[in-house]
Design a protein around this ligand. Structure first.
Ligand SMILES: [Zn+2]
Length: 238
């Protein structure tokens, strides 16, 4: 390949699944949480013979509370990951500034371990450290790649959005379906959505679709059965 061809080479021509899969998987799990927790919550109210206004209100409260707690949890955990990354990078920058030769040797050893000859490894390490020493160490020593860098706000936002989309399904059912059909409709839409989401989650992980779907389905049914029983109990005593 000529120098000009290399310089104009499109580094991102092919799309790799790795960066899509982790995002898709987190969204599917978030949506799954939204469906199970809000439909179960609403089934409890439906089983207690609450009126439609109360059921919809419970659904909205469940959606907002769940989305906020998902966002908070995701933000805190990804932020602590980001803190760790930044502490490692600061330490690495300090090492490069005070122990340049040692760091050069370290990077050379990493490339030798990956299969380069010592001469070539030393040359590659030398040139990469001249161009961007911290970037080279972050990538090849710490394994921190731009693609997988911790983004707390993005993570919080996408998990809250996924939860809300999931929770929106039983909520819309409660808004549009008359009370007499509500119990059966919420259960049906929830189970259908869980089958699709369970299969999707399994597909992103390369696992069996049927096993993935049935796993999510079983937990969904258990959650809905538990809250319906409690709601029914409260309904009788009301
Ligand atoms: Zn280093």
């Amino acid at each position: 390949m000529s120098t000009s061809e290399i310089q104009t080479f499109d580094l991102h021509a092919e799309h790799h699944r790795i960066n899509r899969n982790s995002w898709l998987r987190a969204s599917v799990m978030g949506a799954n949480d939204g469906i199970v927790s809000v439909s179960s919550l609403m089934l409890g109210f439906i089983a207690s013979n609450a009126n439609n206004h109360t059921i919809v209100l419970a659904g909205i409260a469940g959606l907002v509370a769940g989305a906020m707690s998902m966002a908070a949890g995701e933000y805190v955990s990804v932020q602590s990951q980001k803190d760790t990354e930044q502490a490692d990078l600061a330490q690495e920058a300090h090492e490069i500034e005070h122990n340049y030769e040692f760091e050069l040797g370290e990077l050379t050893a990493i490339y030798v371990e990956r299969g380069l000859t010592e001469t070539l490894a030393a040359q590659v390490a030398q040139e990469l450290m001249e161009k961007d020493a911290l970037g080279a160490h972050a990538r090849d020593e710490l394994g921190l790649h731009e693609i997988s860098r911790a983004r707390p706000l993005q993570a919080a936002g996408s998990s809250a959005a996924a939860f809300s989309v999931g929770a929106g399904l039983p909520l819309l059912t409660a808004i549009f379906v008359p009370n007499t059909w509500l119990f059966g409709s919420v259960i049906t839409t929830t189970l259908l959505a869980l089958v699709v989401l369970g299969g999707l989650a399994a597909w992103t992980g390369g696992a069996s679709l049927i096993r993935g779907a049935s796993r999510v389905l079983i937990w969904g049914v258990l959650a809905m059965a538990a809250t319906s029983a409690i709601g029914h109990l409260f309904g009788i005593n009301a």
